[in-house]
Write a protein of this length. Structure first.
Length: 278
């Protein structure tokens, strides 16, 4: 089934990314989606294996890490219509990108699948390989310590496949916004996490979003986390400011929690990230 996004959504997406053409292009094109109030009730899609070898020098290899809104927790699944692949950190193989992406948790949709389509449709890349690592409901401390194995494994599998990331996207903060973490502590932990990739020889730009909104969690430490996300930007570590995903309001989120993205919010999230991909 093909879906054509209405003109009001075009204007919403274009506004969210500062009027960049890429948002408008993404909204105009019919994009296949799977609508389901509970994506977990749908059987996992078949996986079509593809070669991880790059047939073009114009390939983006994008590692996506963070928590649920960087994973497969959107309310609608999407199958990429362009040359977008999903590198599975478990098997070290590449598959045609279809939600839920292999490597992150959740049974719904991912902004990264749509992001790949946007980048190719806009002529930025000929091929996009997405490497999902996100783990829902995790603090930055947990991602950097108890769940650091996901980073270690991804590094090992990427090297074995001969793939070097061109971009890192990190979208996290909703859990920490319910804690007492300080801005300084957040920035320090983020630097530690980035250094895991730098030590492995992966020096691609690391884009850090400003993300704290999750109404159901009743965040009370939003200001400190957002300040920490801004303070973590660092030229020496090539950490760059990414989008402010808190600008996606409840119209783009599931009505039940004001946290996870609905289909409009997932597309808006992808478009926001697309504005930072060089």
């Amino acid at each position: 089934m093909k879906l054509t996004y209405p003109f009001p959504l075009l204007r919403l997406v274009a506004f969210l990314i500062g009027g960049l053409l890429i948002g408008t292009v993404a909204g105009k094109l019919p994009i296949p989606g799977i609508h389901q109030a509970d994506p977990a009730a749908i059987a996992p899609p078949p996986r079509v294996e593809r070669s991880c070898a790059s047939a073009s020098g114009n390939t983006a290899i994008i590692v996506v890490h963070g928590q649920s809104n960087a994973g497969n927790w959107g309310s609608a699944r999407h199958a990429a219509r362009e040359a977008v692949d999903n590198f599975d950190p478990l098997t070290g193989k590449c598959f045609a990108a279809v939600d839920p992406l292999l490597g992150a948790d959740g049974e719904g949709g991912s902004f990264a699948t749509r992001l790949g389509d946007i980048l190719i449709q806009a002529g930025r890349y000929d091929r996009v390989i997405v490497v999902p690592l996100a783990i829902a409901s995790t603090s930055l401390s947990v991602l950097n310590n108890e769940r650091a194995d996901s980073i270690t494994n991804a590094i090992s599998k990427l090297k074995a496949a001969g793939l070097t990331p061109t971009h890192f996207l990190f979208q996290q903060g909703e859990t920490d916004a319910t804690s007492t973490i300080s801005a300084e502590q957040y920035a320090s932990l983020l630097h530690q996490l980035v250094k895991r990739f730098r030590t492995a020889g992966f020096d691609a730009p690391f884009y850090l979003s400003r993300s704290t909104k999750c109404d159901i969690a009743e965040p009370k430490n939003t200001a400190a986390v957002r300040a920490g996300q801004l303070a973590a930007v660092d030229d020496a570590l090539n950490i760059r400011q990414g989008p402010d995903t808190d600008t996606i309001g409840n119209d783009g989120r599931n009505a039940s929690n004001g946290c996870h993205m609905n289909e409009i919010g997932t597309l808006a999230n992808a478009a926001l990230w697309a504005a930072f991909i060089k």
